[in-house]
Design a binder for this molecule. Structure first.
Ligand SMILES: N[C@@H](CCC(=O)N[C@@H](CS)C(=O)NCC(=O)O)C(=O)O
Length: 211
């Protein structure tokens, strides 16, 4: 049995949307951040970093969102969430998964948790501001790369598109949110139209505005 440890709207949203796309049975367990449950002894046994999400797949206990996403794409190839191994499309898929996780996703840590990046709390606003500037540039580059293509891989939908939707959504409170970039908004609307995505949002209690 697959078990996803989640908190609404957190990075667990990517594997959750994928699991809805896949349609395999799975269980969801809330990690109650209002109680700091991600730092509880029980949860730290699953992810010693104290971060969400974790996927348990039988004896396998996996942390890191991108690793979980790649594992799900591989485990359920019929869901078509990643191109075939060894193809140029698969390489592009890896590029986007790696880029999204170690560039904008990592940068969001500085935007949402600037205090983690300073030894002097007074410097936190400056770290946050620098993160804002870098995130804006990152979304500009992603937007240029996407152009007027339907999905990140062109005609082919993949888990990378679900990842990008989640990251666009995380920026909804920024001064210049990613949704203000016209092709990112159109892209996000395409992903949001997918029934599996709507079901994941409904189950997590995520309400409009989604991005
Ligand atoms: N690189 C990690 C980052 C996960 C992460 O930052 N999760 C956030 C929620 S989106 C979290 O657990 N925040 C609570 C905390 O850091 O205490 C991953 O992709 O799994």
């Amino acid at each position: 049995m697959l078990v996803l440890y989640y908190f609404p709207g957190n990075a667990s949203l990517l594997p959750h949307m994928m699991l809805r796309e896949i349609g395999a049975p799975f269980e969801m367990r809330l990690v109650d951040r209002s109680q700091n449950a991600q730092k509880s002894a029980d949860y730290l046994r699953l992810n010693p970093n104290g971060r969400i999400p974790v996927l348990v797949d039988g004896d396998l206990v996996l942390f890191e969102t991108a690793a979980i996403a790649l594992h799900l794409a591989d485990k359920f190839p019929d869901a078509g969430l990643a191109p075939a191994v060894g193809t140029p499309e698969r390489a592009e898929f890896y590029k986007w998964m790696a880029h999204l996780t170690n560039t904008p996703q990592a940068e969001y840590r500085a935007w949402f948790y600037p205090h983690e990046h300073v030894s002097d709390e007074a410097a936190a606003p400056s770290v946050k501001e620098a993160a804002r500037q870098r995130l804006e540039r990152m979304f500009d580059v992603i937007s240029d790369q996407l152009g007027d293509r339907q999905w990140l891989l062109g005609d082919r939908f993949s888990a990378a598109d679900l990842f990008l939707l989640m990251l666009i959504r995380w920026g909804r409170g920024m001064p210049r949110p990613p949704r203000d970039i016209p092709n990112l908004r159109a892209f996000a609307d395409r992903v949001l139209a997918r029934p599996a995505v709507q079901e994941a949002f409904r189950v997590e209690g995520i309400q409009a505005p989604y991005i």
